[in-house]
Design a binder for this molecule. Structure first.
Ligand SMILES: [Zn+2]
Ligand SMILES: [Zn+2]
Length: 304
């Protein structure tokens, strides 16, 4: 679907940030976007998914792809890590320290494999814990670089699954890879809600009022916070009274999302995240480049 990529590209390259002093972060996203565009996933034959298996997996809550199956092998992963690191260095005030941050890891493929396994099975909090003992590795840099080094294989998996009907899937996590939703999109009058995976960027339908992160649903308590910025009138955040997380959503009139790419608009609206976080809520998942941007204590990983 080249059309979708073109839309995403023009949304990212024509836009600006909704808050000051973030231009460098936008430039970082643009470079990462171009890297992913330039570097399509190696064509490994997809595992055949028979129609019956697809139906069974979706109905029983198993993702279409097991993330560990699409992992690049050691040498490919190392190349991808270096590519992402190079981009991060271009936007860093202290590029040399970044190499130091990761050198120990890149030089020890065994350790890297373990870490990637932990990342995919248990998530970034576990990576943070297991890196806490390596004093020369900055966990935030490592997580950012790993996430983006794995981006292309995930996008490839999503592309292979794009034609599959996932309406039987009922979870708040991605039917393709199990990732959490970065953002939501509300389409039409009744507001059908679609979520977009922060990892493989697949869209899938989800209950309109439920929290995708904890499943809590109570229409009486459902709270939306709206952007006060006139440029972002269609933007709101749906907040959960149970787990206190929020998800940003874009409302689209009519049935066709048209030019709108919520996952890209998300990158350009960190100011709105900050406003919602000041109300006491936390993002439920990072953005599509793996950053929890907008959090008061976590900007780009190269900030200090
Ligand atoms: Zn996914
Ligand atoms: Zn929740």
């Amino acid at each position: 679907m080249e059309g979708r990529n073109e839309k995403r590209r023009s949304a990212l390259f024509s836009g600006k940030m909704d808050m000051e002093d973030m231009e460098n972060v936008l430039a970082l996203y643009r470079d990462l976007f171009q890297l992913n565009e330039m570097d399509p996933p190696l064509d490994r034959p997809p595992r055949e998914l028979a129609e019956k298996e697809v139906r069974m997996r979706l109905a029983e809550g198993f993702t279409l792809v097991d993330p560990e199956e699409i992992l690049p092998d050691g040498p490919e992963l190392a190349i991808r890590i270096r590519d992402v690191l190079k981009i991060l260095q271009r936007h860093s005030e202290d590029p040399d320290s970044l190499t130091g941050d990761l050198k120990d890891l890149i030089d020890q493929p065994g350790r890297l494999d373990l870490l990637v396994g932990t990342f995919l099975r248990e998530g970034e909090e576990s990576v943070r814990k297991s890196l806490a003992s390596m004093k020369d590795v900055n966990p935030e840099v490592a997580i950012f670089v790993l996430f983006n080094a794995l981006k292309v294989p995930f996008l490839g998996a999503a592309r292979r699954c794009r034609g599959i009907d996932t309406t039987a899937w009922e979870k708040g996590s991605c039917p393709v890879c199990g990732g959490e939703p970065a953002v939501a999109c509300l389409i039409g009058e009744g507001g059908k809600r679609f979520l977009i995976c922060f990892r493989c960027e697949t869209r899938w339908r989800y209950r309109r009022m439920a929290c995708p992160y904890c499943g809590h649903e109570d229409p009486k308590e459902s709270v939306f916070l709206y952007s006060e910025d006139a440029d972002h009138g269609a933007l709101s955040a749906s907040v959960c009274g149970q787990c206190l997380s929020y998800i940003k959503g874009w409302r689209v009139e009519g049935e066709d999302p048209g030019e709108l790419c919520p996952e890209i608009e998300d990158l350009k609206t960190p100011g709105f995240d900050r406003a919602v976080q000041e109300e006491g809520y936390l993002r439920g998942a990072p953005n599509v480049f793996g950053l929890w941007i907008g959090s008061p204590d976590e900007e780009a990983p190269d900030r200090d």
